[in-house]
Write a protein that binds this ligand. Structure first.
Ligand code: TYD
Length: 225
């Protein structure tokens, strides 16, 4: 089996982190060598950048946010993703370049050309083979997200970078999150050859996991041929 690079994308509260874990487990059960990683924060440099990026007390300019996300990604590609792919591993990444195109591009700038150019420099042609977009209405997603974080905090476990529930980016208004979601749909059409869209609104975790698995299995067979 050759290397394969799978990314999970979606608005906040789409459940992609849970799905990334389930997918990695399932791949491991098939005895495939898997690296499960995420952005921002997939390296130790990235962890520091993640703290800055998600801290609600940081006032970042739009370009600073774009560049710090890209810096996190450049380090991640060099340190984790490229070496794993070189070793014929399956890389499952919770958010990647499409997050920057959707959030910083469509969400903040209204277009993606600048974000795309900066990210092309950061990723050195390492585009995903398969991108699974877990789609959800942002109003539903943010509600789910708040409930989940609330549940974590009640147990005393710190889920994210902030104590009051939502991080710096999640705290943006619904209009921003709607632009992000619409942006993802545009990206899914633009990069139709690697995108699979799963509508998670009405589906439970198991049902979403099954659909994720079907798209991955199909892609693995294609990679086999
Ligand atoms: P994530 O780790 O998915 O959130 P969580 O705290 O729920 O685990 O992502 C953190 C936030 O960063 C999320 O709101 C999306 C945002 N983000 C961008 O805006 N651009 C990017 O390029 C990436 C990777 C993430």
């Amino acid at each position: 089996m050759g290397p394969i690079f799978i990314t999970l994308e979606g608005p906040d509260g789409s459940g992609k982190s849970t799905q990334a874990v389930l997918l990695a487990e399932r791949l491991r059960q098939m005895a495939l060598p898997v690296v499960l990683t995420r952005e921002p924060g997939g390296t130790s440099v990235g962890q520091k950048l993640r703290e800055i990026l998600l801290d609600p007390n940081m006032r970042l300019s739009v370009m600073t946010e774009v560049l710090l996300m890209a810096a996190d990604r450049a380090q991640h590609v060099q340190e984790v993703i490229k070496p794993a792919l070189k070793n014929n591993m399956v890389v499952v990444c919770d958010r990647y370049v499409d997050s920057s195109l959707a959030y910083q591009g469509f969400g903040l700038m209204g277009e993606i050309s600048q974000v795309k150019a900066i990210n092309e420099a950061a990723i050195e042609s390492v585009w995903p083979d398969l991108t699974i977009l877990l789609d959800v209405d942002p109003a539903v997603g943010l509600r789910r997200h708040r409930q989940r974080k609330g549940a974590y905090e009640a147990t005393g476990i710190r889920h994210s970078e902030c104590t009051d529930g939502l991080d710096r980016i999640e705290q943006r208004d619904l209009q921003f999150h709607q632009k992000v979601r619409d942006g993802y749909h545009i990206l899914a059409k633009l990069y139709a050859e690697r995108f699979v869209v799963i509508d998670t609104t009405e589906l439970g975790i198991e049902a979403v996991a099954q659909r994720v698995w079907e798209s991955v299995a199909q892609r693995l067979e294609i990679a086999h041929r």
